[in-house]
Design a protein around this ligand. Structure first.
Ligand SMILES: NC(=O)CC[C@H](N)C(=O)O
Length: 216
């Protein structure tokens, strides 16, 4: 079954919520902030924004959203996490804070602030699998903006790797690292497509996620 106009939430406890709402508004969905369990119950898909994963972890407890969110994710709710959101979706976090919670939706180990504390941000063009519209043409590369980003250290068998940092000198130790993955209905990117999607420059990652939401 395909949902014509799904309701897609953005977890709105902290982080770049506005950019994701704008990015979703470019797709044909009803986009809403989610702060309460009742709001979570109404969405067909949920975005976990970039921000600070340790703060979001703490606020998920304060707002009594951690268990309801775990339950919905376990039941197959389509979720998309960017940057801090990727960390929230992981099974395990390296260089996390003591007691930092994750949802375990994707069988991966991520390293927080992996690009190094000095490297606040880094940009690169990525080959990203599955972004084409179905034609034969190679999809154009995706501009990726990394801001104090994690990378994926390792993935389990059921995880599909969608993108890696290109092997360019500027990438330093990040070269070849996995930065976009999917497992079932859960999608994660270490970077921030919402920054380019919010003003209509490139909405392909949100489009990919919304396709999952419609088909779930
Ligand atoms: N831009 C981001 O989302 C940064 C993530 C942040 N470093 C964290 O650990 O959560």
């Amino acid at each position: 079954m395909s949902i014509a106009q799904p309701v897609v939430g953005v977890l709105a406890l902290q982080g770049d919520v506005r950019e994701h709402l704008l990015a979703l508004a470019e797709q044909d969905v009803v986009a809403r902030p989610v702060r309460r369990a009742e709001e979570l119950a109404e969405v067909h898909g949920l975005v976990l924004p970039g921000g600070e994963s340790t703060t979001m972890s703490r606020l998920l407890e304060t707002f009594e959203l951690l268990e309801p969110l775990r339950d919905r994710v376990a039941a197959g709710l389509p979720v998309y996490g960017s940057c801090a959101g990727m960390i929230l979706l992981a099974q395990e976090v390296l260089d996390g804070r003591e007691g930092q919670h994750t949802l375990g939706a994707i069988d991966m180990v991520v390293r927080r602030n992996a690009f190094g504390r000095q490297v606040d941000s880094f940009e690169a063009d990525l080959d990203f699998a599955g972004l084409g519209s179905g034609g034969d043409a190679e999809p154009a590369p995706l501009r990726a903006v990394f801001i104090r980003a994690p990378w994926v250290e390792s993935v389990g068998d059921r995880v599909e790797v969608l993108a890696r940092v290109p092997e360019i000198p500027a990438a330093g130790p990040a070269a070849g690292r996995v930065v976009a993955v999917r497992q079932g209905n859960a999608l994660a990117t270490a970077f921030h497509p919402e920054l380019l999607a919010a003003d209509g420059r490139d909405g392909r990652v949100h489009e990919l996620f919304v396709r999952t939401v419609r088909e779930a």
